[in-house]
Design a protein around this ligand. Structure first.
Ligand code: CTP
Ligand code: CA
Length: 233
């Protein structure tokens, strides 16, 4: 590891967080996106700043004020979020991927508005896969790699799918939630979660009961920071 990029022992690490949805243009007036409100990512950013960390939030389009003391970079597409994340992550101590990144984008966004035609009742769009931001951050060389925390929103088999993502993406920790539960997750102010992380004995886990996203954010930040020193020599 290069000595130059190690933070002073007492200082909190630089925390980089992705949040909100991404928007993938189909034509100049239409896009593909999802219902992510950005609330969880913004709560994490506010909490990390409150715990003394320097925080950079890479944010998709959301309707939220920038948390106090947080530097915010606005992006629209997954490609833009990927670029900002891979620029900042090599200098960060902790990376949290909380964004609901669109998995696909249009193979080519139309230059002009797509016109409705009379010859067909269907329209076929060709989509191509977006880069996996958190997997690419996780694959950075050891001396540039932050501690990497991901999120997994699932509607079934939460623990199994989350552990699969933890392994497949090479993450250090993952926060899983069951988005099929009423009043929790997407757009809501409350969330419950299962925290899974890699430990000496394999995968460890801890359940966080339903609670306000601000409170859950504090728990996640504290937990991630507590795992940091053993991961960063
Ligand atoms: N993620 C990412 N870049 C992508 C897709 C996902 O960084 N292109 C991150 C998310 O921010 C989250 C984690 O990967 O931290 C898991 O996202 P999720 O959508 O649950 O995983 P996918 O691998 O896309 O699997 P699927 O949507 O099929 O469940
Ligand atoms: Ca996805």
């Amino acid at each position: 590891a290069s000595a130059a990029k190690l933070p002073a022992p007492t200082s909190a690490p630089h925390v980089v967080i992705t949040a909100g949805p991404t928007r993938e243009a189909l034509d100049p007036v239409r896009y593909l996106s999802n219902h992510s409100s950005g609330k969880m990512g913004y709560a994490l950013a506010a909490e990390a700043a409150a715990q003394g960390a320097r925080v950079t939030l890479i944010s998709g389009p959301v309707n939220l004020p920038t948390p106090h003391g947080v530097e915010r970079i606005d992006v629209e597409t997954a490609a833009q979020m990927h670029h900002e994340a891979l620029t900042l992550a090599p200098h960060a101590g902790l990376f949290i991927g909380c964004a609901a990144v669109a998995d696909y984008r249009a193979a080519s966004a139309a230059e002009h508005k797509i016109k409705k035609t009379d010859d067909s009742d269907t329209l076929t769009l060709t989509l191509v896969k977006n880069p996996d931001i958190i997997a690419d951050v996780s694959a950075l060389p050891t001396d540039q790699r932050p501690f990497v925390v991901g999120f997994a929103a699932e509607t079934q088999d939460v623990a199994r799918y989350a552990e699969d993502k933890l392994t497949r993406k090479g993450l250090d920790m993952i926060v899983a939630n069951d988005v099929s539960q009423q009043g929790l997750g997407f757009g809501s102010d409350n969330n419950a979660a299962l925290l899974l992380w890699r430990s000496a004995t394999g995968t460890s886990q801890r359940e966080a009961p339903p609670q306000p996203k601000t409170q859950l954010a504090a728990l996640i930040i504290r937990h991630a920071l507590s795992l940091l020193p053993s991961q960063r020599p």
